[in-house]
Design a protein around this ligand. Structure first.
Ligand SMILES: C[S@@+](CC[C@H](N)C(=O)[O-])C[C@H]1O[C@@H](n2cnc3c(N)ncnc32)[C@H](O)[C@@H]1O
Length: 202
């Protein structure tokens, strides 16, 4: 297997020593995307929020610090990320403000009622079929709930050796908008800042 594929697989599901290095890169590199995403989510006090693919847990940490009355949930299927994010958010987990799950978003049972906001950053590339995850997202949102996602532009991903391979699905903005509308989202908006920030309203 090529080095780029080995590293690509680590971005999909970090494990072991290499996964720890990749997790450290995510902490440094993705902070800026979380900052923009958190503003874009228009979070209100008491919102119930779910992050899919929380990775090392920096987004959950940032939200819990800025919005002290929100109820924050996260799901990630990497055991390493679960441990990292749990360590980073230890205090707020103990205080019952943050709830981290370990499991695949596609098929893990999530019975926590409906969410006001659901979001994910750099996760959509790893979904080979968009219908299943997007259907799941809309079913977990309350009416008027919001789903936001961030992804890099497909042309940019195709230029980089690391993401050129078949581990990364390189969706166009049109494919994402169409798939969101197909599962029932009423409105889809987006803006571009290093990549696409996309917002879908139920
Ligand atoms: C590229 S990392 C991004 C992590 C974090 N969102 C960030 O931007 O720093 C993708 C994360 O999504 C998780 N992930 C990918 N597919 C998933 C799925 N189907 N269910 C749960 N977690 C998933 C991986 O374990 C990994 O932690």
């Amino acid at each position: 297997m090529s080095i780029s594929k080995i590293i690509g697989l680590q971005f999909r599901k970090p494990v072991g020593v290499l996964g720890k290095i990749i997790a450290n890169l995510m902490v440094v590199g993705n902070h800026i995307f979380y900052k923009t995403m958190i503003d874009y989510l228009t979070i209100r006090s008491n919102d119930k929020i779910l992050e899919i693919g929380y990775g090392p847990g920096i987004g959950v940490d940032m939200i819990s610090k800025r919005f002290e009355t929100c109820d924050i949930y996260g799901i990630d299927f990497s055991d390493l990320m679960y441990r990292r994010a749990s360590k980073r958010n230890k205090q707020v987990i103990q205080n019952n403000r943050v709830h981290l799950l370990l499991g695949d978003f596609i098929d893990t049972e999530i019975n926590m009622g409906l969410f006001d906001k659901i979001f994910c950053i750099n996760v959509v590339y790893f979904w080979d079929d968009l219908h299943k995850p997007f259907s799941r997202v809309i079913s977990l949102l309350r009416d008027d709930g919001i789903f936001c996602l961030y992804m890099e532009k497909n042309d940019d991903l195709n230029k980089v050796k690391l993401t050129k391979n078949d581990i990364f699905n390189k969706y166009s903005i049109e494919q994402i908008s169409k798939a969101l509308k197909a599962v029932g989202f009423k409105e889809v908006d987006f803006f571009f800042k290093k990549g696409y920030f996309i917002k879908a309203k139920k």
